[in-house]
Design a protein around this ligand. Structure first.
Ligand code: HEM
Ligand code: ZN
Length: 180
């Protein structure tokens, strides 16, 4: 996982729990107390361990922590890469473009990123179905990222996670309902 993802987690933890809490998480879960560099890849296990550490510290279930993190992460990614989103002026356009535009650009900007496969289809004016496939099974983070994208366009949405790789399904499926 790229350092930019770890840096966003650091920002979220420092904002909510303080620098001391982040340093304590690093003491426990990060070799040599790392300073993460955005474009460098670090082991996925390290991100999972840090996220688990946050869940323990806050007495929250891990999926909830990953969801909150994903929602926050969207803002970090959008701020770091404004040009990638420049042409995507609606929530629907952005969701349809995750695989075909956004992550294609990401693959040009970063050296060998590990990206998921995301297929989105418009069902009708108020519903989009999104399918998520990835060996990293970060579907709760993906769900949070979709909520973060809705925040970005001031849209109200609701997501139901109707199939899940964590329940032995082949892939995850989100039904995104647009309420505004
Ligand atoms: C990685 C989903 C938008 C850049 C990921 C991952 C997920 C994801 C779930 C974790 C890897 C995995 O699951 O296999 C999404 C969704 C988006 C979105 C659902 C929109 C709703 C963006 C945007 C950017 C971006 C706007 C930047 C312009 C990245 C980067 C990584 C990543 C840099 C890390 C790759 C690595 O660590 O090697 N994305 N993403 N994503 N995404 Fe996205
Ligand atoms: Zn899932």
């Amino acid at each position: 996982m790229k350092g930019i993802i770890f840096r966003s987690l650091e920002e979220l933890v420092v904002e909510n729990l303080g620098m001391g809490a982040w340093n304590a998480l690093l003491d426990e879960h990060s070799p040599e107390h790392r300073s993460y560099v955005s474009a460098v890849s670090y082991p996925d296990e390290e991100l999972f361990a840090l996220a688990n550490g946050v869940a323990t510290k806050m007495a929250l279930p891990l999926p909830e922590v990953l969801g909150v993190f994903g929602r926050f992460l969207f803002g970090s990614l959008a701020a770091k890469h404004p040009t990638v989103l420049a042409e995507l002026d609606t929530f629907e356009k952005l969701i349809l473009a995750i695989d075909s535009v956004i992550h294609v650009e990401v693959a040009k900007l970063y050296d060998e990123p590990n990206l998921p496969q995301i297929d989105a289809k418009i069902v009708n004016d108020s519903e989009i179905v999104v399918e998520y496939r990835s060996p990293r099974k970060l579907c709760f983070c993906a769900e949070g990222l979709i909520y973060g994208a809705a925040d970005h366009y001031n849209k109200q949405i609701e997501i139901s996670h109707t199939s899940c790789m964590h329940n032995e399904d082949d892939h995850c499926r989100f039904v995104v309902t647009m309420l505004s």
